[in-house]
Design a protein around this ligand. Structure first.
Ligand SMILES: [Zn+2]
Length: 331
């Protein structure tokens, strides 16, 4: 089972970054879901996060068994990962840590809530999981599938679940986002504690302020330069961008150019597999491998319209694919 080396490199880097930021210590683990087989995920064998290297990375199935190589000691809490992947198809990376400042929020009645923009993902809530509710649990550890299932159920659709007297689990659409969330969950906990000690009511971030991902559409925002400006404004607020695509492959090609020059780029929207008419209308179709677009090296947008194909498919309708309305539509 070959996976893009870049993901394994990200996994190793994630362990080191989280160790540097003291989110993990001798314990804690990071995983990513296989992009080619959603029923498998990758994480290090039982190695301290600060010492993980690429050779430690193993593949596991959703029952927590190693599938790609000889037996190696595994983390006893791998069921945190396997059961969250089973319950949440949208999750592609999971981090478990004993993030120290988060612990008090798991043992008191004070809910962890976002106090600054970098932790806006907390606005849906961070429920507290308690192993005392699971009959087979004898410690606060999530060391079997039953406890993992109960943890995933408590996580629900949120990004973070706290674990009473233990730590937390953070989920995201990819490793980089998960690392960012794990770090900012800890920072938010620290800042919230400080805010609470000052006394008086705390004004938490509201839902309307809590956008974590912007989806500018280059067909609407005014072009590539404007899209880049939006991305820069978003970056300054720790917000990611995922260029939206409701047009054809030319805007798709423009999105690729924008994505390639934005550090806060998250994910690219495609048109199915860029095949069929969307491939024919370009002299050279947009290329991708294993879920990753390969940015073109040709000048301009890197694609060239096939005029003959375009002429052979005239559009005689009057309506646009999506109509602009002069006034906001009130449903
Ligand atoms: Zn743990």
């Amino acid at each position: 089972m070959a996976e893009p080396q870049a993901l394994t490199d990200d996994l190793v880097a994630a362990n080191r970054i989280l160790y540097y930021h003291k989110i993990v210590d001798g314990y804690g683990h990071v995983s990513f879901r296989s992009p080619s087989d959603p029923d498998h995920f990758y994480m290090a064998a039982a190695v301290s996060p600060g010492r993980v290297v690429a050779d430690d990375v193993i593949a596991l199935d959703l029952d927590g068994n190693i599938v790609n190589r000889e037996k190696r000691p595994t983390y006893s809490e791998r069921f945190i990962h396997s059961e969250i992947y089973r319950a949440r198809p949208d999750v592609h990376a999971v981090i478990h840590s004993h993030s120290p400042t988060v612990i008090p929020f798991g043992v008191t009645q004070v809910a962890l809530r976002p106090v600054f923009h970098s932790a806006a993902f907390l606005h849906t809530g961070a429920p507290v999981f308690d192993t005392l509710a699971v009959p087979s649990a004898t410690t606060p550890l999530v060391n079997n599938a039953e406890i993992g299932k109960a943890l995933a159920a408590k996580l629900g659709a949120n990004s973070v679940v706290l674990m009473r007297g233990h730590g937390d689990a953070v989920v995201a659409g990819d490793i980089r986002e998960a690392v960012s969330r794990a770090i900012y969950t800890e920072v938010n906990a620290r800042l919230q504690l400080q805010a609470l000690t000052l006394g008086g009511p705390v004004q938490y971030l509201g839902e309307a302020e809590a956008a974590a991902i912007l989806q500018p559409n280059l067909g609407r925002v005014g072009g590539i330069l404007e899209g880049r400006k939006i991305a820069a404004l978003a970056e300054a607020r720790h917000v990611q961008i995922a260029p939206h695509l409701y047009c054809g492959p030319v805007v798709g090609a423009a999105n690729i150019q924008l994505a390639a020059c934005c550090a806060n780029f998250l994910i690219l929207e495609g048109i199915e597999r860029w095949q069929g008419f969307h491939a024919e209308i370009l002299r050279r179709p947009i290329r991708w491998e294993e879920g990753y677009v390969i940015p073109p090296s040709e000048p301009g947008l890197g694609v060239e319209l096939d005029e003959a194909v375009a002429r052979a498919h005239p559009y005689n309708g009057r309506a646009l694919h999506l109509q602009m309305a002069e006034r906001p539509i009130v449903p």
